[in-house]
Unconditional design. Structure first.
Length: 367
């Protein structure tokens, strides 16, 4: 298959992301109030080979996509009241390309809104949030200290999610990457959420909400999460455990998932994650990495990972992936440049399938 030409909107992303880091876009007043503009651009190039044909496209890296927002905060004694609006910019996401066609170069929808919330952070009682934003267990499956999360984590479906495996005869199977390589991590909803203060390095979060951005969706979501952060000797440790329930037409779907990551002062790090869906599939994930100061421009993070999933498509189906990635930090530009190479395999009792592979490279510039 021919490689697509550069989409103008994404080419503009590359140009903008090559600019030097701008001064912080913020304003403060004498009463403890602040207004801050923030965001990031995340252009990349995705190459995918399904064992029979190759495809290549400019993409917006959905692992950490392009976005822009504004935060308004005001101190009230020891408490802080914050309004936060954040939206994806609507560029063509890496997971939306497939053998069957490409998404629009620019397609902003109201479901692109990531945050539209008000929160109150108190000194002793914790933080209370209301509006569109992360559920309590959002990110719980992806605790990761490897320095490679700009392009490489256990949500493999965000890179090449809509591409299909081919059967050994070369036919498209209808089984997509995102059918077989999920992390089960929660996402963002219109919700009420509570986060406790940290106590002995632990904190608890809980949330209840609905999908307020999609039409004709009456699903109810509830979840709870436990998080841990600490430094033990020369090792920084972070871990999370979560439970999430979706109720649809009176039927519950329950997910349990968690992750833990450890980073030694030498730069060696290890990340483990796992998750299961009741009466459905589950997975395990491991990543071994190293963070080095090889270049004066910033740290270099390298990692290799392995994903093993089962029963996501049908009983006794198996999905496996091995990936290698490198992320180069460029401090003066507030930028990360990355390259990730990945192989995917899938098997079930109904047919045999060709292995697939992807290469993703690009940059993420934060402002």
């Amino acid at each position: 298959m021919p490689t697509k030409s550069l989409a103008p909107s994404l080419a503009a992303e590359f140009v903008l992301s090559a600019l030097p880091a701008a001064a912080e876009l913020s304003y403060s007043n004498a009463t403890g109030g602040t207004v801050k503009l923030y965001g990031q651009l995340s252009p990349g190039y995705l190459s995918f080979n399904d064992g029979a044909a190759s495809y290549g496209n400019m993409v917006d890296n959905e692992v950490s996509n392009s976005r822009a927002g504004i935060t308004v905060a005001q101190e009230f004694g020891a408490s802080v009241l914050t309004f936060d609006f954040l939206t994806a910019l609507g560029f063509a996401q890496s997971s939306n390309f497939s053998q069957l066609g490409d998404p629009d170069n620019l397609d902003w929808r109201r479901t692109s809104v990531r945050k539209l919330e008000v929160s109150l952070e108190t000194e002793k009682a914790g933080t209370f949030s209301f509006g569109q934003g992360s559920m309590a267990s959002d990110g719980v499956a992806q605790t990761d200290l490897s320095g490679t999360t700009a392009a490489m984590y256990n949500g493999l479906d965000t890179v090449a999610g809509n591409y299909q495996f081919r059967t050994s005869s070369g036919a498209l199977s209808g089984i997509e990457i995102d059918d077989t390589f999920g992390s089960l991590d929660s996402t963002r909803r219109g919700r009420i959420r509570y986060d406790s203060p940290s106590l002995n390095h632990f904190s608890i979060s809980a949330a209840y909400g609905k999908d307020i951005l999609s039409t004709d969706n009456d699903d109810i979501f509830a979840d709870i999460a436990l998080r841990y952060k600490n430094e033990i000797g020369d090792v920084k440790v972070a871990g999370s455990l979560g439970f999430a329930r979706r109720t649809r037409n009176g039927a519950d779907r329950d997910d349990t998932f968690g992750s833990i990551s450890a980073l030694h002062t030498s730069g060696v790090n290890l990340t483990l994650a796992a998750g299961s869906r009741k009466d459905d599939g589950g997975y395990g994930f491991a990543k071994l990495g190293y963070i080095a100061d090889w270049l004066p421009i910033g740290t270099t993070s390298i990692a290799v990972d392995y994903y093993n999933g089962s029963d996501f498509v049908m009983e006794n189906s198996e999905s496996r992936s091995v990936g290698f990635g490198v992320v180069q930090r460029i401090e003066d530009a507030n930028m990360d440049a990355y390259l990730v190479v990945r192989k995917y395999s899938y098997s079930d009792s109904s047919d045999s399938y060709l292995d697939a592979s992807s290469v993703l490279f690009g940059s993420r510039w934060k402002f």
